[in-house]
Structure formats: structure tokens, C-alpha cells
Design a protein around this ligand. Structure first.
Ligand SMILES: [Zn+2]
Ligand SMILES: [Zn+2]
Length: 368
């Protein structure tokens, strides 16, 4: 049996689709048949050519693409009959897996901080077991990799972002120690920002303010519980946006500002939106080599700058449970706005691009 997988060979060039034999699973491994894989902002950076050889060199064979998504069990390796929590599984069962593939051998992994693994690398194309990215027909889960059977009551349509956007923003809000009554500012209303809006309200934020340049996304943010939105086409300077946040927070400033866009200058802007003691959470700036200058004296009043990346696998069952409880209260089914066949991956990325253009795409899914 063969399967396809999407590979980036050269930054800024169209992706290529390669074919490999589906491997025999090791004892304890699981092979999923992918049912959907989301186009994440981080993948768009690669497509756009923001990533460079200088800061993130590509191997000669290229790198496989895609990290989030869901699948069904295709082949169970020897000895596997249940998911990580002990729920029995069989071929065809729907699975959400941890999208972090850590080394398990560094001091951070030993501490349980697998999302900060010191040896984290993007998977190289053409190396066994080949199916190490999610823009593919299959995904190989190595022995003991955390994965969870999806509760039957959850529809496929809302599962795609669970193991990336949803896990990532929830972890970021936890790192900010978001508490009851807090005011939260969210920079960017894409897949991350809309989930962040929902989770901030779930965690007790009394006011959530969302910024974006796309009106359709801001409207969706309101449906997910945003109390106020700021369209940056209207408030088109940092000064006007900062002033607007202070107005909307009754002169208090924000307790938490979360950067989910991937523009370095939003750090400086976000610090000025914070009240004393507030926390700025950096998540979107995954492209290396970008710089911003800030005035460190602004931190003396207790402001925090925290980075956050992905999540620990223990969060995934909690998120599935959250979706079971809230799937009919919030429009999760609207988050994935477009679906494309895997073969049309380059077209899907072109349509998802929001950096310079308006796009109707909130989150696009590739469906093998
Ligand atoms: Zn992602
Ligand atoms: Zn590690």
C-alpha cells in the first residue's frame, strides 16, 4: 500500500506531493488514515516564504508539511488495543493525537515539558516511517505516543483544530494565569484567536476584546463570546489601537494580551495595552530572526512577557470533554470554512492567505 504526503522542497516554491510505501508499524505503534488536516498560520509562514534557509535550513529531501488534524485507526501495531487513557480502540475508530512529537530524552521532556523539547525538529521528508506530517494519506504514531479516541457525540467538522489551535491557546491562557473577572485582549481572529476567545470566556474572563482586519472574522469572534472588537483597518495605528483598548477596559488596561498574528511589532503594542502586573503571551511569532525594540522600564510595574508553544498531551481529553459540553452553545462548526482535496494543497494555501488580502477563509482543511 502506498500513500501521498506533501513536502516543501524549497521555501517560497509550490509544495510537492510525494508517494511512499506505508510502513509496517513497530510493536506499540499506530498508523492513522488522515481524515482532515488544517492549514495553520504556522504552515502559511512556510508557504509564504517567511521561513528562510538561514534560520530554519531545509534538509536536502525537504520537510513534510502539516501538524494538526484527525484520523481514523488504519493499522494497530502489535500490543495496541486501547488509547492512552485505556479506552478500547479498533480499526476505523476516530482519533485525536498529540501534535507534538518530542525526543523523550532531553531534560525538558524528562520534566514533562514535551512542548518545549530541546531537540524538537521538523520532520525530514523521505525518512522512515515517511508519514510524519499530516498533509498526507496516513500518519505514523510511534510507540507510546499519546492519542485519544474521539467521543461519538462529536462531529468530525469541529475536531480539526483541537490538537493545534485549541490546545495552544488554552495553554497560553493558563500560562498567563487568567482568572475570573480578567480583561483579555486577543490580537488576531484566525483559528487561534477564535478558540482563544471561547476559552478565555470559559476560564472566567469578564471582557474579551479581539483585533483583526477581516470583518467576517471579527463577527465570528463575537459569536464566540467577544465583548468588543477592533478592526485594525479602522484603528490603523498602534496609538489608536492602544487608546481604544484603554477606553474599552474602563481605563484599567488588559490583564492578558495574547499575540496570535505573527508580527514582532505587536509585542511593543501589546505591552502598552497591559495594566500593571498584566501578562503578554507570545504565540504567533514563530518565524525566527524578526526583531522589535521595547522600553524595559515598562516592565518594572510587574508586566510579564511569556512565550508559549503547543501544549502537553494531558490537555487533549480535557478539550474533547469541553467540546462535548459546549458544541451546541458555540458555533464551532463555522471555524472550518473551506475544504480542499489533498491534491489541491497549493490552491488551498493561496486561498487561505490573509497577510495582504481579504479572505473568506477562516480555517481551511485538506481532506485526503
Ligand atoms: Zn498549528
Ligand atoms: Zn526532548
Amino acid at each position: 500500500m502506498k500513500g501521498r504526503i506533501v513536502v516543501v522542497k524549497e521555501y517560497g516554491k509550490p509544495f510537492e506531493i510525494e508517494e511512499y510505501d506505508v510502513p509496517e508499524p513497530e510493536s506499540g505503534a499506530v498508523i492513522l488514515r488522515m481524515t482532515q488536516a488544517g492549514i495553520c498560520g504556522s504552515d502559511l509562514h512556510t508557504y509564504r516564504g517567511d521561513q528562510t534557509q538561514q534560520y530554519m535550513p531545509l534538509p536536502n529531501t525537504g520537510r513534510v508539511m502539516g501538524h494538526e488534524g484527525t484520523g481514523v485507526v488504519e493499522i494497530l501495531g502489535e500490543g495496541v488495543s486501547s488509547d492512552t487513557l485505556g479506552t478500547p480502540i479498533k480499526e476505523g475508530d476516530r482519533i485525536v493525537y498529540a501534535a507534538v512529537f518530542p525526543c523523550h530524552r532531553c531534560h525538558l521532556c524528562l520534566k514533562g515539558n514535551t512542548n518545549w523539547c530541546a531537540n524538537r525538529e521538523y520532520p525530514t521528508a523521505g525518512v522512515w516511517p515517511y508519514f510524519t506530517g499530516t498533509y498526507a494519506d496516513f500518519l505514523y504514531l510511534p510507540p507510546r505516543h499519546p492519542f485519544f479516541r474521539v467521543p461519538d457525540e462529536l462531529p468530525d467538522e469541529i475536531l480539526g483544530p483541537v490538537n493545534c489551535a485549541m490546545g495552544t491557546v488554552t495553554t497560553g491562557l493558563q500560562r498567563a494565569s487568567l482568572s475570573e473577572g480578567d480583561y483579555v485582549v486577543i490580537q488576531g481572529a484566525g483559528g487561534l484567536g477564535l478558540h482563544a476567545t471561547a476559552m478565555a470566556k470559559e476560564m472566567g474572563a469578564s471582557k474579551v476584546i479581539v483585533l483583526d482586519r477581516l470583518e467576517n472574522r471579527l463577527q465570528l469572534a463575537e459569536e464566540f463570546g467577544a465583548d468588543d472588537t477592533i478592526n485594525i483597518e479602522e484603528f490603523n495605528t498602534a496609538e489608536t489601537r492602544i487608546r481604544r483598548v484603554w477606553e474599552l477596559t474602563d481605563g484599567r488596561g488588559a490583564d492578558v494580551v495574547m499575540e496570535l498574528v505573527g508580527r514582532a511589532e505587536l509585542l511593543a503594542e501589546g505591552i502598552d495595552m497591559l495594566s500593571n502586573g498584566g501578562s503578554f503571551i507570545e504565540i504567533g511569532d514563530i518565524v525566527r530572526g524578526r526583531e522589535v525594540s521595547i522600553d524595559p522600564s515598562k516592565l518594572l510595574s510587574g508586566k510579564n512577557i511569556l512565550g508559549s508553544r503547543m501544549y502537553k498531551p494531558s490537555l487533549l481529553p480535557t478539550l474533547l470533554d469541553y467540546l462535548v459540553r459546549n458544541q451546541h452553545k458555540l458555533p464551532f462548526e463555522k471555524l472550518v470554512s473551506h475544504k480542499y482535496p489533498l491534491a489541491d494543497v497549493n490552491e488551498a494555501f493561496a486561498h487561505s492567505e490573509w497577510a495582504q488580502t481579504q479572505t473568506a477563509v477562516t480555517r481551511a482543511m485538506l481532506v485526503p
